[in-house]
Design a protein around this ligand. Structure first.
Ligand SMILES: *[C@@H]1O[C@H](CO)[C@@H](O)[C@H](O)[C@H]1NC(C)=O
Ligand SMILES: *[C@@H]1O[C@H](CO)[C@@H](O)[C@H](O)[C@H]1NC(C)=O
Ligand SMILES: CC(=O)N[C@H]1CO[C@H](CO)[C@@H](O)[C@@H]1O
Length: 460
């Protein structure tokens, strides 16, 4: 008996080891590039909500429940980045330069290099110019459907057909196409036919950075404002990455510029975000290379859109004021009659969300990101892949509760406390007090006007 039992146990152990092996081999077949977590602003939304890979319309109802059962949601403002897009013309040129160099100079013998040289086609063209791709339309269609499921009293068929949802977008084609896809998602959800797709273009709200002269002059058109980025390009860390990639390609190191290293990283990220493919280009980089390139692009965001310069954040004050104006209006309507608008959907750029989130105090590291700090900033909060992947969103929901008005924030569909308030769904009055300096000040003209007249920059 005893030995029988031992045998049975042994068989069970053996079987389960086999099963673990089996499932491991299934898992081991990669479904994403090993460096996908380091794609920064070129990362997929699914990386911050991996459960969407199983069910793209899944909503965790306990996460989006009101602060207490007695609360009624009365208005929602949602600021969204456009969905997955093609590279901009500037980046397409960089990709083409890398491809040409590899085809003419690389002499390694790895199979993936053979794939790049003989199978891969340079299919990116300059006229793609940052346009929204089909995956990007899906990003917004699906987000719309999930938000309608999350906040059914605010984003409803009745409120849509009753013209009680405002749709506002940046004028860029990728944003206009995103907001249309968002509307399509709602129409599909409710099987609505023949609806018109109304939206308003408002660049002073969604592209405030173009309209803030002080920002344009002192940061956008000022080479020294991004000194840390330039210094990091010639850092020890970046040199090592260039050397490693050049070596893998058997190309002389001096022919392989930092821009080319970046182009390889972009190619891996674009092919994955746009086509869900693991590109042969991904073989040019290992995890530590990707971390260096991620830091390089994050340094740029930090100094151009984040905490690096005060005016970056301050330039978003018109949007911040607009959001609170909408919440105030809904609160007023609710008290003294009927809430006219139930929701506001605003579509812009990563460059719209980063300054706004920074203005509100999100993702602030104790020490600034600098060219020397790569290793010390390993665990930084300012991680753009987590903050602003494609279709990133920040949602403000105003509730009327038994004890008064409350606001809850959702970042990428997860509830988050207001920075430095450490409380979920605080009283609206407390939030307004917390931000009183910004709400009463941060005047756009005062912050952004320059003494002398200057040229305006419209390139993003
Ligand atoms: C939903 O979210 C809660 C946290 O609010 C978590 O505990 C739970 O596991 C989630 N459920 C699912 C099915 O993901
Ligand atoms: C450009 O940026 C540097 C560094 O932030 C700053 O010291 C300088 O004043 C800026 N120049 C202009 C014209 O604003
Ligand atoms: C976190 C950290 O190490 N910060 C340092 C980054 O580098 C600057 C100088 O460039 C230091 O002042 C910071 O302390």
């Amino acid at each position: 008996m005893k030995s029988d039992c031992f045998l049975v146990n042994f068989t069970v152990v053996f079987l389960s080891i086999t099963m673990v092996r089996l499932s491991f081999s299934i898992l081991a077949r990669p479904s994403m590039p090993a460096i996908a977590h380091y794609f920064g602003t070129k990362g997929r939304y699914e990386e911050v909500n991996p459960h969407l890979l199983n069910d793209i319309l899944f909503v965790n109802t306990s996460m989006v429940a009101p602060p207490s059962p007695s609360c009624n949601a009365i208005h929602l403002v949602c600021v969204i980045r456009h969905g997955t897009r093609y590279p901009t013309t500037k980046n397409v040129k960089k990709l083409a330069r890398l491809f040409d160099l590899v085809v003419s100079e690389a002499s390694g013998s790895a199979p993936w290099l053979n794939d790049i040289k003989n199978k891969w086609k340079m299919w990116y063209t300059e006229d793609m110019d940052g346009k929204l791709v089909e995956k990007g339309r899906d990003d917004h269609r699906h987000l719309a459907m999930r938000l309608a499921k999350s906040f059914p009293t605010l984003i409803s068929e009745e409120s849509l057909s009753g013209n009680r949802i405002d749709f506002i977008t940046s004028s860029k084609h990728r944003c206009v196409d995103s907001i249309k896809a968002f509307q399509e998602g709602l129409h599909k959800l409710w099987d609505v036919q023949d609806m018109d797709y109304k939206h308003y273009v408002d660049d002073s709200l969604m592209r405030f950075f173009d309209h803030c002269e002080r920002f344009v002059n002192s940061v956008e058109n000022n080479k020294t404002a991004l000194n840390e980025v330039h210094r990091f390009k010639s850092s020890r860390e970046m040199d090592a990455v260039r050397r490693k990639i050049a070596n893998r390609l058997q190309i002389p190191y001096n022919q392989f510029t930092p821009d080319m290293a970046e182009a390889a990283y972009f190619l891996c990220s674009y092919e994955f975000a746009i086509k869900s493919e693991i590109s042969p280009w991904c073989n040019l980089l290992d995890e530590s290379d990707a971390q260096v390139l991620e830091y390089k692009s994050e340094l740029k965001q930090y100094w151009k859109r984040g905490y690096g310069h005060d005016i970056n954040r301050k330039s978003s004050c018109p949007l911040f004021h607009d959001i609170f104006k909408r919440l105030n209006k809904a609160a007023y309507d609710y008290r003294f009659g009927e809430v006219v608008k139930t929701a506001t959907i605003q579509v812009g750029h990563g460059e719209t969300l980063l300054p706004l989130l920074s203005l509100m105090g999100f993702f602030k590291d104790e020490k600034p990101l600098t060219a020397e700090n790569f290793s010390q900033q390993h665990n930084r909060k300012f991680r753009t892949g987590q903050i602003v992947p494609y279709a990133a969103n920040l949602v403000f929901v105003l509730y009327e509760c038994s004890d008064g008005l409350r606001v809850q924030l959702f970042h990428n569909e997860k509830p988050v406390p207001f920075p430095n308030m450490n409380q979920f769904a605080p009283m609206f009055e407390m939030v307004r007090k917390h931000y009183s300096k910004l709400l009463q000040g941060c005047d756009f003209k005062k912050e952004c006007d320059m003494p002398q007249k200057n040229l305006r920059n419209t390139e993003l």
